[in-house]
Design a protein around this ligand. Structure first.
Ligand code: MG
Length: 381
């Protein structure tokens, strides 16, 4: 039987990669629901191509409309109705940023498996999310390439045998720049990622290493490993997507071309492994793989993520919220590249030791952190 898929963020980079896989495997998958934020035309094109009738556009004001003989529901909460009212086996959450949290909650509460590309879900509310998944007896299948790698390596090696994990990072476009040079980088340079082709927010996060920071926190929540058991290594070729080390000291790595369709396919077909036509690593030609430790002093966003993880409580929420706001300011050319980390650090200096036990509390802290960041940004200027 075909797996019925809802794609959230269907016009974004994860959504598009998922759609390519559905085109390649029409016998395995069926698209039953689509969500986009603002790109209505693309949403309708996809709906037509896949004969999908359950549609929503969350970036428009509330309501509904009939377009090209299809009903589209509008408004922020329409995504929850889409998830609730559509029979599906799995929801791919490719929404960017904290906006992906509530749709993840709804997915799990409705008893649907979650193919999770939205790392903020685990960063903001990992404890709550894990509990909801357990209560509803559904799986969280990581789509982030590093976490997909670790997920399958842990399954293969056995959780009890894992001593620690090593998350690889491409290092982004600025991995070799000095502190002084980093001070002068432009938005255009930050948007030019050497190995991955992704949306603008995550591309900038890759340049500051905030993306890796978020992934460290995400790994902690997904795999229940403490900060001390999570390492990061710069690996510019992005061929090894992460490693685990077993108790006997051996390292195991997952290797594939940097193409998000690999981890998405793993999540969609789990627990099966299927043949496919994606480009593979070719050992018949020479190539090399390099590794270097991260330069924490020049990329403070990575260090701040470990700080947030060690402090726990609401600090990870604040780390993410402050970064989202600071990145918007950088994209609007209101602040410098290096100001992103300064703003985040300033906001994290407040007392965030409150523990959130409900999603409402998470949203509250998130909101407060965003407001404090706006103030911190004004003080930087
Ligand atoms: Mg990643």
């Amino acid at each position: 039987m075909k797996k019925r898929i809802i794609i959230l963020g269907c016009t974004g980079s994860i959504g598009q990669s998922t759609i390519e896989l559905v085109r390649e495997f029409p016998d395995l998958f069926e698209i039953v629901g689509l969500q986009a934020n603002t790109n209505e035309q693309k949403l309708l094109e996809l709906a037509k191509e896949f004969s999908c009738t359950q549609l929503c556009l969350t970036g428009k004001n509330i309501g509904a409309d009939v377009l090209n003989s299809r009903i589209i529901f509008y408004g922020k909460s329409s995504v929850n109705n889409l998830i609730k009212n559509t029979d599906a086996d799995i929801v791919v959450n490719g929404i960017s940023g904290a906006a992906g949290l509530i749709p993840s909650v709804t997915t799990l509460e409705c008893g649907k498996n979650l193919a999770l590309a939205n790392k903020e879900t685990m960063v903001l509310a990992g404890n709550i999310i894990n509990k909801i998944a357990e209560e509803n007896n559904v799986k969280i299948l990581p789509v982030d390439s590093e976490h997909s790698a670790i997920f399958s390596l842990i399954e293969k090696c056995g959780k009890d045998n894992i001593a620690n994990i090593t998350i690889t990072a491409s290092g982004g476009p600025f991995k070799n720049l000095t502190k002084e040079e980093l001070n002068e980088v432009t938005l255009e340079q930050a948007l030019n990622h050497p190995t991955w082709n992704m949306g603008p927010k995550i591309t900038i996060d890759s340049a500051t290493l905030a993306n890796k920071g978020l992934e460290v926190i995400e790994a902690n929540q997904l795999f229940g490993l403490s900060a001390e058991k999570i390492n990061v290594v710069i690996h510019p070729q992005s061929l090894i997507h992460s490693l685990v080390q077993t108790k006997d000291g051996q390292f195991y790595a997952q290797i594939s071309k940097p193409d998000m369709r690999h981890p998405i396919l793993s999540a969609l077909t789990y627990p099966e492994i299927v043949e496919n036509s994606l480009e593979q690593v070719d050992f018949s030609k020479p190539f090399s793989m390099e590794f270097q430790p991260p330069r924490y002093e020049n990329f403070p966003m990575l260090k701040l993520a470990f700080d947030a993880l060690k402090k726990g409580n609401s600090y990870p929420i604040v780390y993410n919220a402050a970064n989202e706001i600071a990145v918007v300011a950088f994209r609007n050319k209101q602040i410098k590249f290096t100001d992103i980390a300064k703003a985040v650090e300033n906001v994290m200096n407040f007392d965030w030791s409150k523990t959130c036990t409900t999603i409402e509390e998470v949203v509250e802290v998130d909101c407060e952190a965003r407001n404090k960041t706006l103030t911190a940004l004004k003080e930087l200027n």
